[in-house]
Design a protein around this ligand. Structure first.
Ligand code: AMP
Length: 173
């Protein structure tokens, strides 16, 4: 399956969740077994070069791609969650939303010092969410091997928020 075919399985939903936002709806891609599988194949190919030790998937649509990728690569999967969802001792970092702040958290024992982690999410927009996940890795002396996304909204310059970190996106809009 070509990248163009994968791209055709992502639907634009104008004015969701509010006026002026074009929401990238990945549900048609998830509902297409060949398309979903090809997406994971391509993420797996791109991940190989960074020799990761584990995957950090970002709530919530990042869980879908991160889990499939971890399973494909036979890597440990860790969950980066919104505040208050993780049951055990966690570390936390504050990040900016369009209006206000929230926290992202990971279990305190999820990240091995000097371990190399892939951060996975469906979409990179401003990059604030992935940058917060990267801070969690560094707080535990881990290394961000790469930040991986199915889709990049290039006009929002999310890569800049990630500084020198390697960024991989399959599709650019
Ligand atoms: P950001 O922190 O601005 O890079 O936003 C990334 C997070 O917001 C990801 O978890 C995405 O799932 C979600 N997101 C942001 N913009 C969109 C969009 N236009 N369509 C779908 N999801 C989006």
């Amino acid at each position: 399956m070509t990248l163009q075919e994968i791209r055709s399985l992502i639907r634009d939903v104008p004015d969701f969740p509010k006026p002026g936002i074009v929401f990238k709806d990945i549900t048609p891609l998830l509902a297409h077994p060949a398309g979903f599988s090809a997406t994971i194949d391509r993420l797996a190919e791109r991940a190989a070069g960074s020799s990761p030790d584990g995957i950090l998937a970002i709530e919530s649509r990042g869980f879908i791609f991160g889990a499939a990728l971890a399973n494909r690569l036979r890597l440990p999967l860790q969950l980066v969650r919104k505040s208050g969802k993780l049951p055990r001792e966690s570390i936390s970092t504050r990040y900016e939303l369009e209006y206000g702040f929230d926290h992202l958290e990971v279990h305190a024992d999820a990240i091995e010092p000097a371990g190399r982690y892939l951060i996975v999410d469906d979409v990179i927009a401003t990059g604030g969410t992935a940058a917060a996940a990267a801070r969690l890795v560094r707080q535990q002396q881990g290394i961000v091997a790469s930040c991986m996304f199915v889709l990049e909204l290039s006009f929002l310059n999310g890569r800049e928020a990630l500084g020198d970190l390697p960024v991989v996106s399959l599709l650019r809009f």
